[in-house]
Design a protein around this ligand. Structure first.
Ligand code: NAD
Length: 373
């Protein structure tokens, strides 16, 4: 093996580092080169084009697939596009923030009539339902939001669609451990401040909130949890976190982190409760958990200083040099993706498996392989 200097002077070096570190995908890719489950099949993909998805798409290529791939709105990295195009992937589109331009790219993927779809947010299957075609075998959906969008379309889709987010592996490897780590990493990278002895209030104690709370506690912060669900609040208490009432938790916080999926969790109305100089950040999917603009305006009028990191967008994915979740967590999630697409390609799941969780046998296979790496 070549020894690389651990400095990524060129984007391609980082892409190759990430591919090399996706050890499970590498092992699966070597197997699929022999077994070729995707020979003669085209897979249409609509998922972020960045280094970790490059590793996934190259694995599918190893299995004999042709790929027609576009990214998601606002997340496509040109270096990833160039890397894939040089390896024979038909990459549709370019980095864009324009929703209608992106819509055109998604249609181009669907209208190329792939036999398999790898979807992220339900964009491809929703278009397939509008313009169905012969020969679709099925595919995968990565996210919860995509699952919710596709559930009412089951009848119209009529082919197997396996939902990766509903695997317990995705829940604990990515949502709990990886989101917690990367939110802590992002907080330190963006603020350059220590967490020791800081009072941190975490809103939400679902899979992601649990990891965020645990990682800040492990970094010697004093962590409080605010939960609207009494059962989750009790769990936080038994896990050893403070669970004060909401007002008290805001009054005492040096740092406020939201990770609920809900809207308007912290707003301008909370300004009187917040400490001067408090730092706020959101790790939930949508930038609506913290009303960053409202708080900034109210703080300006009141002569107060409040800092909302990355304007309330996902703190581990927005801002300078975002890395997102760890390579290992994505290696696991993308191994599930690959095995699920393989199962659909081989006809091992039928149309009754439309918008259902990853089959248990695949979870077990992927878990056992990762432990042995
Ligand atoms: N940043 C990332 O990389 C990343 C990765 C995965 C998921 N997410 C996002 O993180 C968010 C949370 O995901 P999850 O899997 O933990 O969800 P979850 O549904 O398991 O947990 C959310 C928790 O928040 C609580 N909650 C809701 N409204 C609240 C409020 N106003 N105050 C306090 N608590 C409240 C709920 O009771 C629930 O326990 C979602 O938006 C998800 O899409 C982010």
């Amino acid at each position: 093996m070549t020894q690389r200097p651990f400095v990524f002077n060129r984007p391609v070096e980082r892409i190759e580092w990430v591919i090399e570190q996706c050890r499970l995908l590498t092992a699966i890719g070597a197997e699929l080169e022999q077994t070729r489950p995707f020979d003669g099949l085209t897979i249409g993909t609509g998922i972020h084009l960045e280094p970790k998805t490059v590793a996934l798409l190259l694995t599918l290529l190893s299995g004999g697939a042709k790929l027609v791939s576009t990214g998601n709105l606002n997340t496509t990295q040109q270096e990833a596009v160039d890397y894939l195009a040089a390896r024979g992937v038909n990459v549709v589109g370019r980095p864009t923030q324009d929703a209608s331009e992106h819509d055109g790219y998604l249609w181009e993927v669907v209208r190329s009539r792939p036999q398999l779809l790898l979807d992220n947010g339900g964009d491809l299957f929703a278009r397939y339902v509008e313009e169905p075609y012969d020969g679709l075998l099925g595919g995968t959906e990565e996210t919860t939001s995509g699952r919710m969008r596709l559930e009412p379309l089951r009848e119209a889709i009529g082919v197997p669609v396996l939902v990766i987010n509903d695997s317990p592996i995705k829940q604990f490897a990515e949502n709990r451990h990886a989101v917690g780590q990367s939110v802590l990493e992002s907080f330190i990278r963006l603020t350059n401040k220590s967490t020791n002895g800081r009072r941190v209030t975490v809103f939400g104690y679902g899979a992601c909130g649990k990891g965020v709370a645990a990682n800040f506690r492990n970094a010697y912060a004093i962590v409080s949890v605010v939960e609207t669900d009494p059962v989750a609040r009790l769990e936080a208490m038994l896990d050893g976190f403070l669970v004060p009432e909401r007002e008290e938790a805001l009054r005492s916080a040096d740092v406020v982190l939201t990770v609920t999926g809900a809207q308007g969790v912290v707003t301008a109305a909370d300004l009187p409760l917040l400490r001067d100089g408090a730092i706020l950040a959101n790790a939930g999917h949508f930038p609506w958990e913290i009303d960053a603009a409202g708080l900034a305006a109210a703080a300006g009028e009141a002569g107060r200083r409040i800092h909302v990191l990355t304007d309330g967008h996902m703190v581990n994915l927005a801002g300078p040099r975002p890395l997102g979740n760890s390579i290992e967590s994505m290696d696991l999630g993308f191994a599930l993706q690959t095995r699920c697409l393989e199962a659909v390609a081989r006809g091992e799941v039928g149309r009754e498996s439309c918008v259902v969780p990853v089959p248990r046998a695949i979870d077990e296979q992927v878990a056992a392989a990762f432990v042995k790496l």
